[in-house]
Design a protein around this ligand. Structure first.
Ligand SMILES: *[C@@H]1O[C@H](CO)[C@@H](O)[C@H](O)[C@H]1NC(C)=O
Ligand SMILES: [Ca+2]
Ligand SMILES: [Ca+2]
Length: 221
C-alpha cells in the first residue's frame, strides 16, 4: 500500500503535462460556451454538485469528434481504476474542468471540447492536431476539495500546521460518511490518501505543510 498509486492513469498525467504546455504556447480563444455539455443521466438525489476545488472520482472515455475513434478509456486502461482529480485547477484538460462542473455522484455526461481547450494545434499521441474531443464521463464521487485554507484547518486536527496521513484519511472518511453514504473499505480511503500525498507531499517526508498544500492554488489567496 505504500507504493505510488497505480490508479493514476496515463491520461491524467498526459492531460496535466499537455495542459501546462498548451497554456504556455497558445492564446486561448475558446470560452466556456465552446464546451458542449449533454447530460445523459441524472440520479434522483442529485444534490451535492461539483465545484472548483472539489475532489472528484470519475471514469471517462475519450473519442475524436471527427470520426469517433476512441483514444482513451479509463475503464480498460490502468486496470480500470476511476481517476481521482481536483476539479478546476488544471489537473485535467481545461475543457473537462469546465464540462465537469456542477456534476453530482452518479451523473453521466457527454462533453464536447474544442481543441483550444484540449490538446490544441499540436495534438498529442493519438490525438491529432486541432482535434475536437468528445468525452463520456461518469462521476462516482464528489467531495469537498482538499485545496482551501479552510479545509486545511479542518483536516489539521491537532493544529500543528502539518497534515499527517492519519489526519487526511480521517477527514475523507468523515466527509464521505456525513451524508449518510455507506461506509467504504479502508482501501478506498487509502487510495485517496496515497493520491493526495503523491500530488502534494513534494519533499516526501510523509507530511503535508501549508506551503505544499497550496501548490495548485495559483489563482486564489
Ligand atoms: C490548426 O489550426 C490552426 C489555426 O486555425 C492552423 O493555423 C493550423 O494550420 C492547423 N493545423 C493543422 C495541422 O491543421
Ligand atoms: Ca496536524
Ligand atoms: Ca512534506
Amino acid at each position: 500500500m505504500m507504493m505510488l498509486p497505480k490508479f493514476l492513469g496515463f491520461c491524467l498525467f498526459l492531460c496535466i503535462h499537455i495542459y501546462n504546455v498548451i497554456v504556455d504556447v497558445t492564446v486561448a480563444v475558446a470560452t466556456i460556451d465552446d464546451v458542449k455539455i449533454e447530460v445523459l443521466f441524472t440520479p434522483d438525489d442529485c444534490v451535492k454538485k461539483s465545484k472548483k476545488g472539489d475532489l472528484m472520482n470519475a471514469h471517462y472515455d475519450g473519442y475524436l469528434a471527427e470520426d469517433g475513434t476512441q483514444f482513451y478509456c479509463s475503464r480498460s486502461d490502468k486496470a480500470g481504476h476511476p481517476q481521482w482529480f481536483v476539479l478546476g485547477v488544471g489537473q485535467i484538460i481545461k475543457g473537462l474542468d469546465i464540462g465537469m462542473n456542477g456534476m453530482c455522484a452518479g451523473e453521466k455526461r457527454k462533453v464536447t471540447v474544442p481543441p483550444e481547450l484540449a490538446f490544441g494545434e499540436k495534438g498529442k499521441g493519438p490525438v491529432p492536431p486541432n482535434a475536437t474531443l468528445v468525452f463520456e464521463v461518469e462521476v462516482y464521487s464528489v467531495s469537498k476539495g482538499p485545496r482551501s485554507l479552510e479545509s486545511f484547518r479542518d483536516i489539521d486536527l491537532d493544529d500543528d500546521k502539518v497534515l499527517t496521513r492519519e489526519e487526511v484519511r480521517f477527514y475523507f472518511k468523515v466527509e464521505y460518511e456525513r451524508d449518510g453514504s455507506k461506509p467504504r473499505e479502508d482501501s478506498f480511503y487509502e487510495r485517496m490518501v496515497n493520491d493526495v500525498f503523491q500530488k502534494s507531499d513534494h519533499d516526501r517526508d510523509g507530511l503535508i505543510t501549508l506551503k505544499e498544500y497550496n501548490i495548485y492554488e495559483h489563482d486564489e489567496l
